[in-house]
Design a protein around this ligand. Structure first.
Ligand code: FES
Ligand code: MG
Length: 579
């Protein structure tokens, strides 16, 4: 494709029709002059820059500088940069959950890209749900797009020890609950966990999705890991702006980049990173926008052949800034080269293989291991099935306790998040370290919005005895920054009448990660009887607004928790492809 093939429409694109296009253009010129521009900008390709800055989103706190750098890049190459806002979501400031609002952000992103006269867009996101929402929206909008992430925060230091959000947030909070830290110590820790603006500094969802975007070729090579406040990050932003101008000419729409090959490369990277379980949900949603369905069993086979190579918290020891210094995603892709589809086209207009051929030469470092000497031999994420999860469930084996991944135990059941909050620390709770904690009704529909409540706390009385991990099972999610033997995304969820709804205190549950099974030792007849005696009624549909839309349209975890009516109409195949 050449520059002549698809001339950019510039500000003459997407004219508002008053039944008179000439008049519409006349008005547009008048307003652009009112904004202080000359007519000259009308003849330039327009690069939209999606601004997700918000006072409620410290993970995007470098947005003004990033926008300035992207604009500079766009202007260096002759484009007209125009920023516009969309919704911004931060994990800690989004009620009831950021996941509940992700699809709203995706709709906002899609419709604004479609509505505005932009020839290409730079999507600037970072915090957990924002990159997924932007990729979902841009995939549906059908215009050329490139992802730019805000970058990770700097780490902090507590009593000589490096700390960062939010694996350490959880670890210190666990120690505080166990009485190992007092009020003043936990207060001191609180001021040191978040070293600067930027996204969480471990392999949580934000970092995972940043690496996913680069591996899938929708973000520039080397763009995932530079920390938020560095010159590297600003130069990546400038280069992203320059590349976006080229995109206005070569017509590389998102569907041409996010192909099955790209999704497979992205999934490999999730696995090699020991990345967030949430990435599976988000990738299923993005894939669904383009007509692909996530095949969890094929993913599990891929997982068995893909070792964890990156020594990053929560599965390992390091932080994102260490991964960046070790060579970032290009170095990881170099190590994974034999497992990748190198013919995948990237947003640079070149294939992943061509980009890797030009990547910086590998050097000695201790964060990214070679294939032959992994952190974890394979199956960092495992897909479980059984009568308790016929639609599938997920466990992050790389962050689980080896002694618990084959376990049989007695169920201690909590009916929902409120029940859990009420009873988990009750001194009279009948629970031992060998029991299995089961939490119902935190699925896509149940909560609603599938909160990250799957990281069920260890009951305080056991925590005080030094218990650090137990098998925990729910239909919810957990933060990618968390660790433990935690079974998530149980499908169908309890609120839809899945087997999970009928688990009772004292039932025996068997977890075998090696066999990929999650089994409730209760016969089919007994389960049918329980379902008859206590039928599950779906949560009431809210009377109005977005909550109503959510309840009516939301899908299960394996379909990405997207809305049914936003998925592609035509099925194009499964990812990963079976080979
Ligand atoms: Fe934004 Fe962790 S809270 S990335
Ligand atoms: Mg998170």
């Amino acid at each position: 494709m050449t520059a002549e093939d698809t001339p950019a429409a510039g500000l003459r694109g997407n004219l508002v029709s008053y039944g008179d296009d000439e008049f519409a253009l006349f008005l547009r010129k008048a307003f652009i002059k009112g904004a202080g521009y000359t007519d000259d900008v009308l003849d330039r390709p327009v690069v939209g820059i999606v601004n997700t800055g918000s006072g409620f989103n410290p993970c995007h706190g470098n947005m003004p500088q990033l926008i300035e750098a992207v604009k500079r890049g766009v202007m260096l190459d002759g484009g007209f940069p125009v920023e516009f806002p969309t919704i911004s979501l931060h994990e800690s400031f989004s009620h009831p959950t950021s996941m509940f609002l992700r699809n709203l952000m995706a709709m906002d992103t899609e419709e604004m890209i479609r509505a505005l006269p932009v020839d290409a867009v730079v999507l600037i996101g970072g915090c957990d749900k924002t990159v997924p929402a932007q990729l979902m929206g841009a995939a549906s909008a059908g215009k050329p797009a490139v992802q730019l992430v805000t970058g990770s925060m700097l780490t902090g230091s507590y009593r000589g020890r490096t700390v960062g959000a939010c694996t350490d947030c959880r670890a210190f909070w666990g120690r505080f609950r166990a009485g190992e830290l007092d009020e003043s110590e936990i207060g001191d820790v609180n001021g040191r966990l978040v070293g600067s603006v930027g996204t969480c500094s471990v392999a949580g969802t934000a970092s995972t999705m940043a690496c996913v975007a680069e591996a899938a070729g929708i973000a520039l090579p080397g763009s995932a890991t530079p920390p938020a406040v560095t010159a590297d990050r600003m130069r990546i932003a400038e280069r992203t702006g320059r590349r976006a101008v080229a995109l206005t000419r070569d017509g590389l729409t998102v569907d041409r980049i996010l192909t099955p090959a790209a999704f497979e490369n992205a999934l490999r990277v999730v696995l090699a990173l020991g990345g967030s379980t949430n990435a599976l949900v988000h990738l299923a949603a993005v894939a669904g926008r383009l007509g692909y369905r996530m095949d969890l069993d094929a993913f599990d086979r891929m997982s068995r052949q893909t070792p964890v190579l990156v020594d990053l918290k929560p599965a390992g020891e390091h932080y994102m800034e260490d991964l960046h210094r070790a060579g970032g995603v290009p170095r990881l892709l170099h190590e994974l080269r034999d497992l990748l589809d190198l013919d995948a086209l990237t947003v640079t207009g070149r294939t992943l293989g061509e980009e890797l051929d030009d990547a910086p030469a590998p050097f000695e470092q201790d964060v990214i291991r070679p294939l032959g000497s992994p952190i974890h031999p394979g199956s960092g994420l495992a897909v479980l099935r059984g009568n308790l999860a016929p639609g599938g469930a997920l466990i992050k084996q790389a962050a689980a306790s080896p002694r618990l991944v084959e376990h049989r135990g007695r169920a201690v059941v909590f009916e929902d998040a409120a029940d859990l909050a009420r009873r988990i620390d009750d001194e009279d709770l009948d629970v031992t370290a060998d029991d299995i904690l089961v939490l119902k009704n935190i699925g896509p529909l149940g909560a609603p919005g599938m909160p990250e409540a799957g990281y069920i706390p260890i009951p305080r009385k056991l925590a005080r005895q030094g218990v650090k991990d137990m098998v925990r099972i729910s239909d919810g999610r957990m933060s990618g920054t968390a660790a433990g033997t935690i079974v998530l995304h149980v499908s169908p969820e309890a609120a839809l009448g899945g087997t999970l709804a009928h688990v009772r205190n004292g039932d025996t549950i068997r977890l075998s990660v090696s066999e990929r099974t999650l089994h409730l030792d209760v016969g089919d007849d007994e389960l049918a009887e329980r379902a008859r005696l206590s039928p599950v009624s779906a949560p009431p549909t809210p009377a109005r607004g977005y909550a109503r839309l959510f309840t009516e349209q939301v899908t299960q975890a394996e379909e990405g928790v997207d809305f049914r009516f936003l998925q592609a109409e035509t099925f194009r195949g499964s990812v990963p492809r079976t080979r």
